[in-house]
Design a protein around this ligand. Sequence first.
Ligand SMILES: C[S@@+](CC[C@H](N)C(=O)[O-])C[C@H]1O[C@@H](n2cnc3c(N)ncnc32)[C@H](O)[C@@H]1O
Length: 304
Amino acid sequence: MTAYTQATNELQTIRDWIRFAVSQFEASDIFYGHGTDNAYDEAVWLIMSTLHLPMDTLDNFLDARITIAERIKLASFIEQRITRHTPTAYLVKEAWLQGLKFYVDERVLIPRSFIAELLNSDSSTGDLSPWIEFPEMIESAADICTGSGCLGILLASVFPNAAIDVIDISQDAIDVANINISNYGLQEQVTAIRSDMFDALKGKKYDVIISNPPYVDAPSMATLPQEYQNEPQLALGSGVAGLDHTHTILREAANYLNDDGILIVEIGHNREALEAAYPNIIFNWLETSSGNEFVFLLTKSQLT
Ligand SMILES: C[S@@+](CC[C@H](N)C(=O)[O-])C[C@H]1O[C@@H](n2cnc3c(N)ncnc32)[C@H](O)[C@@H]1O
């Protein structure tokens, strides 16, 4: 009998299942990094979400017994998390960014962009205030390489009067973005467009363009933990130095920005290589929880 079958037969309460999942995770070689960074948080998320229980009700339900059908599902998810290294987000079909829940599955990258911290409707535009004084005056915005549409949806929350285009080359990603747009009732404000970078946007101009493009360099792609290999590789790799998509953005964005427009791009660990490639551009590096190495802002005039 496997440990999972034994657990299905013997373990009755949520407390039992959290204990079992933590023990199994700790004894495994799984990698964290898609929403949690430790076995306990991962176990609680997997179990509460699978049981459709709000996370803040954990204390109330710790000693609630769960049905055989629920136990079979939990055992299967815990097994897949360990044996296939499937990220929990794909098992429970959800990911969280800035307090918002997004539908995700294997067709899209699991949301984790640092740009999200700059698009926080509670603190308005946060660190963007030197460039955007009145968010309600922003009329148009684009999210290039949108994946699940998460950043485009956050754009809609901080720029309520903007028409927003979210762009991806992958039809799979466009399909998932449309699920999220519809879940948030934003069909009137946010439009998903399939396009290779700016190709389908000819003639359009935006006040704000953001992008969290693929930016993993070739050596890192070769050594990614299995969890990241389970994500679409199209969402991660960007040439030898990880900057192919960023070069395209820097070459083309000015053509799609209004005169006072701004561009915001996340680039991973490539700051040094980027600054070396563009010695004449003074990048504005934005502060996020990761430090000020990962997200830059340029005005249209800096781009031209
Ligand atoms: C790093 S993911 C970012 C997804 C999302 N913005 C997020 O932050 O979670 C990059 C996305 O770029 C898309 N992509 C890759 N190459 C592209 C291209 N040439 N044109 C448009 N999108 C592209 C991928 O399909 C993927 O969804």
